[in-house]
Design a protein around this ligand. Structure first.
Ligand code: FAD
Length: 306
């Protein structure tokens, strides 16, 4: 068996594996795809100490760093079930079972998409999902935020300080964000809020986003809005479907962890976007991966005394 098995090879999983291997313990890293969400990212300008890079470049560096250590790397493998027996067992969808004295879960999350024409074509060319990451690219321009929940209204307030104008489009009859956020957004002169708006298409010129089309669900009329950017804020879905019932999850499906990365299952730790951590970023995920690996190491040295 492994001493530590990491599930997921995004920033959190890679960091956890490196920290574990540096302790000289038997480390495995199993993942569907090396790099996780970073593989889908175009420009990265907030990875501190690197002024600007690109997703696939950062992933290549991450992979090189991991391969520099004695880590058993297994990619193109999906975990399907976790169980705690004498050891922690991870059943793969391929049918194999991996056993380990401790586990770090770092399976990340995925943004809920609009599923409208143009969204994929203009991803990274005006269609964005992360205001902390891409907000500054739209300085002085007009953008829309789709989604009137807490993350949408937070994004609108954040962006309003950078861009020229923000239009918030909410599908429902009213915003779902906390009252205090709604009040703040309504007080800002460069935010407009449109409710009952169903986005139907991302418009572009072949190179970049030029606007979007939405249907007013009250009147049935279609409207076009000219924009440089569209921030989709309709939810981040943690990759925890396979863990339901076996580990404590929040009502949003995120793995509950404490400050040491411990979950509700002894010997099982978690890190990154898959957890209840309030902010989802590369640098934060890496720190969380390191924390979870050190938490697991602490657990292992205590366990072996018994
Ligand atoms: P992920 O990166 O999601 O990695 C999850 C890993 O788990 C992957 O290896 C995946 O294959 C694997 N996995 C999932 N399910 C299973 C399973 N069942 N079995 C086995 N393996 C599994 N952050 C920034 O800091 N700066 C940015 O500029 C930035 N831009 C972004 C742009 C886009 C388009 C997106 C989508 C995100 C962006 N982010 C950015 C956010 C950042 O990518 C994430 O916060 C970060 O990747 C989270 O790392 P993670 O390791 O927790 O999870």
């Amino acid at each position: 068996p492994y001493d530590l098995l990491v599930v997921g090879a995004g920033p959190a999983g890679a960091a956890a594996a490196i920290y574990a291997a540096r302790k000289g313990i038997r480390t495995g890293l199993v993942a569907d795809r090396f790099g996780g969400q970073v593989m889908d990212t175009v420009g990265i300008e907030n990875f501190i100490s690197v002024k600007a890079t690109e997703g696939p470049k950062l992933v290549a560096n991450l992979e090189q760093h991991v391969l520099d250590y004695d880590i058993d790397v297994m990619t193109a493998q999906k975990a399907g079930k976790l169980s705690r027996k004498e050891l922690v067992e991870i059943e793969l969808e391929s049918g194999a079972t991996l056993k380990s004295r401790s586990v770090v879960l770092a399976t990340g999350a995925r943004w809920r998409e609009l599923n409208v024409p143009g969204e994929h074509q203009y991803r990274g060319k005006g269609v964005a999902y992360c205001p902390h990451c891409d907000g500054p690219l739209f300085k002085g321009k007009k953008v829309a935020v789709i989604g009137g929940g807490n993350s949408g209204i937070e994004a609108a307030i954040d962006l309003a300080g950078i861009v020229e104008h923000v239009t918030v489009l909410e599908f429902g009859d009213s915003l779902r964000a906390d009252e205090v956020l709604q009040r703040k957004a309504r007080s800002m002169k460069n935010i407009d809020i449109v409710t009952r708006a169903q986005t139907t298409e991302v418009l572009g010129d072949g190179q970049r986003v030029t606007g979007l089309r939405y249907t007013d669900r009250a009147s049935g009329d279609s409207h076009d809005v000219a924009l440089a950017g569209i921030f989709v804020q309709i939810g981040l879905i943690p990759n925890t479907e396979w863990l339901k019932g076996d580990i404590e999850l929040s009502r949003h499906g995120e793995i509950e962890i404490n400050s040491r990365g411990e979950t509700s299952v002894p010997g099982v730790f978690a890190a990154g976007d898959v957890t209840t951590v309030p902010f989802k970023q590369i640098i934060i995920s890496m720190g969380a991966g390191a924390t979870a690996a050190l938490g697991a190491f602490d657990y292992l040295i205590r366990e072996s005394v018994e």
